[in-house]
Design a protein around this ligand. Structure first.
Ligand code: MG
Length: 388
């Protein structure tokens, strides 16, 4: 009687509230030693929604807008590096852009950032004096001080690893994709800081740069980060967070439409997406199992049983399997006393459960021989569900 109640309540509940996960939880390859999630895991959180801008190049909804053309946004987000009495001029917001002039020194963001996506646009006067590094030199310094060069080298040769779009002193851009001086240029920069701990290089960091939509740096290794006439060691330690800076190199330059987004952490930096360490995987699998198990508390009957089985998939905890085994055994025992007509109503949950058990066996999470699994197969055979 008790077992029949379980079966019947499960049937009612299944009809009333079909889980969005129904039939999909045991689907792709299972979690393993370096992947806390299954392939196509329906329990994996949905990516956060980001509302893109109406125009590509403008700030999406989750960006920190560092300069929108107004004096107010300049004053709120930026500060001069040098004190007032140590510099000869100021950066100013005018006519929708940020104007840097010689003697104003660097400016830097008030906030600090780490790995980020940075969009920034810049332009020069149509006809600038100077040659080589002396024509329209400025620079975008990512957190930690690694420079993406800004220069008017549209038609102005200089050393390649110091041209616009270069990771300065490290890597020339793959192409000179500049527009003619006087027009606006755009940079989209994806920056991953070097991560060195206790002298061990965990990730030397990388930079991807698009100049006017053209990829000129493609996950370029930072090779220690460069500098003027300087090659740094790959073991150079960079801060976890730092300000973004714009360079005063003595030449006037204009910037506009500056925004930044934080990037999700890499596995080496605490991220839990992708292939991660065995230690991090174990911890994450336990966390997922706890969340899934907690969500089972709101369920009854078959839905609850399936959630408990799902939770077990993540942590393979023996105590958790005891609970699974008890639920499955009780459910299968309940099925044994049903008439053929009543069993027919159980076809969907039985199929789900069989799929789950087969899945767990395939990934050696439960024994290859498991009596309730064989009993389910026998019942399915009796009902003619195994016919093709
Ligand atoms: Mg520069």
């Amino acid at each position: 009687m008790k077992f029949q109640s379980l079966v019947l309540s499960a049937t009612v509940l299944s009809l009333a509230s079909a889980s969005v996960f129904a039939g999909n939880a045991f689907y792709g390859d299972a979690p393993d030693a370096n992947h806390p999630w299954a392939v196509h895991d329906q329990n994996r959180p949905q990516p956060p929604r980001v509302e893109p801008a109406a125009t590509v190049g403008d700030a999406p909804s989750d960006a920190v807008v560092l300069f929108d053309g107004t004096t107010e946004s300049f004053q709120r987000n930026w500060q001069h590096v040098q004190a007032k009495d140590e510099r000869k001029a100021d950066w100013t917001a005018q006519e929708g852009h940020l104007l840097g002039v010689g003697g104003a020194g660097y400016i830097e963001t008030q906030a600090q950032f780490s790995d980020c996506q940075l969009h920034i646009e810049w332009s020069h006067e149509m006809q600038l004096p100077g040659t080589g590094q002396g024509r329209g030199n400025s620079g975008v310094f990512l957190p930690g001080g690694i420079e993406v060069q800004v220069l008017d080298n549209y038609n102005n040769p200089t050393y390649a690893d110091g041209t616009a779009g270069a990771v300065y002193g490290v890597m020339p851009p793959a192409a000179n994709a500049l527009r003619a001086p006087g027009r606006w240029q755009s940079y989209d920069i994806i920056y991953r800081r070097p991560i060195v701990k206790d002298g061990v290089v965990l990730d030397e960091g990388s930079m991807t740069v698009l100049v006017n939509g053209v990829v000129v740096q493609d996950s370029t290794p930072l090779d220690g980060g460069g500098g003027w006439r300087e090659r740094k060691a790959v073991t150079t330690v960079y801060p976890e967070q730092d300000r973004i800076r714009l360079q005063d190199h003595g030449n006037p330059v204009r910037y506009r439409n500056v925004w930044v987004r934080s990037l999700r952490p890499r596995p080496v930096d605490g991220g839990t997406d992708g292939r991660i360490s065995a230690e991090a995987t174990t911890a994450k699998r336990a966390e997922i199992a706890a969340e899934v198990r907690a969500s089972a508390a709101d369920l009854l009957g078959c839905d609850r049983m399936m959630r408990i089985l799902e939770a077990y998939m993540y942590d393979n905890d023996p105590a958790a399997w005891s609970e699974c085994d008890a639920l499955v055994s009780a459910y299968v025992a309940g099925l044994q006393v049903l008439s053929s007509d009543e069993l027919e109503k159980q076809r969907h949950p039985v199929t789900q459960l069989r799929n789950a058990l087969t899945f767990l066996q395939r990934f050696s999470m439960i024994p290859k021989t498991y009596a309730p699994e064989q009993e389910l197969k026998d019942l399915a055979g009796q009902q003619g569900w195994l016919k093709k």
